[in-house]
Design a protein around this ligand. Structure first.
Ligand code: FAD
Length: 476
């Protein structure tokens, strides 16, 4: 593949000129240059961030388009940033202080719910919670559920999954339309907010801008499908003997409860203990099980119809208690159970030095795969405490573990290599199931993707960003 060459710019401005122009056109709220004020835009959610030359925050799609033109005219390198909850360092600048942060924090110029179309058009800077608050007023919801509160633009860019992907899919499956701004031709606005449920008339910007972590352009607006708000849910935490039993249980419960199943999350005993010992943590089982699953069933049909999900769930669980697939069950404490699930990541991190993996394999391979991972960890780092959990219903696992502080970096590198080789080469799985690609895991993108895919990604990246000014990775 050819190396990047700086393409011709019609105008070229100095950084000082750029600052003056941004300030004059966008106003003082749009520009952050002081070290203390920049800090919030420099730190990643999990990995160390960097240093921003400055932060610019346009407040509309038009301002975004104009700003990108200005940044490119000044030959400035910039990184699109939403709520900075991403876990692969994709939204933070590098350490050398040369990159700008292009934040969507103030890009909140539209949030419109179309009740009859069952959709919402929402600017990139709104948070998932903002969208759901507006949708709930109409008895609707955007059903992506996770332990953070990301921006809509960041969700499109990373194709967020979450705990209810099993039932609803991720962002991509719920995206009707997207608007974005490209780096070439500088500041071009593309896509739309037509909200069509179907449209097969050729190239679709949503396919290019969703799940490609901002490599091809900046998302300014999305039109998403909404779903009827659930009128009843029933949730249980179930103790099981092993992850193999958990997968059998998943199939048995899906056979009995069908489309009502909206989440099926796996939690190891060690991860449950981590939450129990975390400030404000809960203990629900008298003895920590080896493995547990959270099941949620839900429906937009209310109790008045005669449908009673709690009775259905209890009936299905009793059957599996008798079959020996369930050892113990906690039912009827949905808030407490979901709080445990959503605090797992933080609780494990609180135990010490955490090494995390975001993996996925086929559901049918999951149990064997998990056992093999545990063997690899026991061999490479016998003192590691594996506190894995994940979206079992879709084959996802966050193989997070706590290792001694003083363990040599080389040992951790070997562990990572072996786990990723096992996942991708032996189990045909994913080394980044839902967190996308950023500086943190670019090395494995380069190692595991096939040459044809990498070459085409590189060509597209070069085409859309010929001067390599957008984002903090290059798809080479
Ligand atoms: C506790 C916790 C739990 C999580 N659980 C899950 C989970 O269950 N499932 C899951 O999928 N993720 C999960 N995540 C990861 C994270 O929340 C998602 O990746 C999220 O969607 C990122 O959105 P953001 O607004 O924070 O984006 P950022 O972190 O700001 O950015 C992420 C990437 O998107 C790019 N980007 C941001 N905004 C735009 C834009 N407008 N246009 C173009 N590119 C843009 C950035 O450059 C970067 O590459 C979790 C994170 C945390 C901290």
């Amino acid at each position: 593949m050819s190396a990047h060459k700086e393409s011709h710019h019609p105008i070229s401005r100095s950084p000082e000129d750029l600052m003056k122009r941004l300030l004059a056109s966008l106003g003082p709220l749009a520009l952050i240059t002081q070290p203390f004020d920049k800090q919030a835009y420099e730190m990643g959610a999990r990995h160390a961030g960097g240093v921003a030359r400055a932060v610019v925050r346009p407040a509309s799609a038009e301002e975004m388009s104009w700003t990108i033109k200005e940044l490119l005219a000044a030959r400035v390198h910039f990184v699109a940033q939403g709520a900075v909850t991403g876990l692969v360092s994709g939204a933070t600048p590098t350490q050398d202080g040369s990159q700008w942060v292009l934040s969507t924090q103030r890009l909140r110029d539209v949030l419109e719910v179309d009740v009859i179309n069952r959709s919402a058009t929402v600017a990139a800077g709104f948070r998932l919670s903002d969208l759901n608050k507006a949708a709930a007023e109409h008895g609707l919801t955007f059903p992506i559920d996770l332990g953070s509160d990301p921006s809509i633009g960041g969700m499109v860019a990373t194709n967020t999954g979450g705990a209810r992907l099993l039932r609803y899919g991720g962002v991509r499956e719920n995206l009707l339309d997207v608007q974005g701004v490209l780096a070439t031709p500088e500041g071009t606005q593309v896509g739309g907010a037509r909200g069509l449920w179907k449209n097969n008339t050729g190239l679709s910007w949503k396919q290019l801008l969703c799940g490609t972590f901002g490599a091809f352009g900046v998302v300014t607006r999305a039109t998403v499908k909404l779903h009827p708000l659930q009128k009843q849910t029933a949730t249980a935490l179930l103790a099981v003997e092993s992850s193999a039993m958990a997968m059998q249980l998943l199939c048995a419960l899906e056979a009995d409860l069908g489309e009502f199943v909206s989440a099926f999350e796996g939690i190891s005993g060690a991860a449950l203990d981590a939450v129990a010992n975390h400030p404000g943590g809960s203990v629900l089982f008298p003895h920590t099980p080896r493995y547990a699953v959270l099941i949620e069933i839900s429906s937009a049909i209310g109790l008045e119809s005669g449908l009673n999900l709690e009775s259905l769930l209890i009936h299905a669980m009793e059957k599996q208690l008798n079959n020996g697939l369930i050892l113990d069950a906690i039912v009827g404490k949905p808030e407490q159970i979901w709080r445990i699930r959503h605090s797992l990541s933080e609780a494990v991190q609180g135990l010490g030095r955490m090494i995390a993996f975001d993996l996925a394999v086929k559901r049918s391979s999951f149990a064997l795969f998990r056992d093999r991972c545990l063997e690899v960890v026991a061999k490479q780092v016998p003192s590691a405490l594996v506190c894995d959990f994940g979206h079992l219903g879709d084959g996802g696992v966050h193989l997070n573990m706590v290792v001694p502080q003083d363990i040599e970096a080389a040992r951790i590198d070997e562990l990572r290599d072996e786990i990723y080789d096992l996942t991708v080469l032996e189990y045909d799985g994913s080394f980044s199931a839902e967190h996308g690609v950023g500086p943190y895991n670019l090395k494995w993108y380069q190692r595991y993707l096939d040459d044809a895919t990498k070459d085409w990604a590189h060509l597209l990246h070069f085409h859309f960003d010929p001067n390599a000014k957008l984002g903090n990775i290059r798809l080479d």
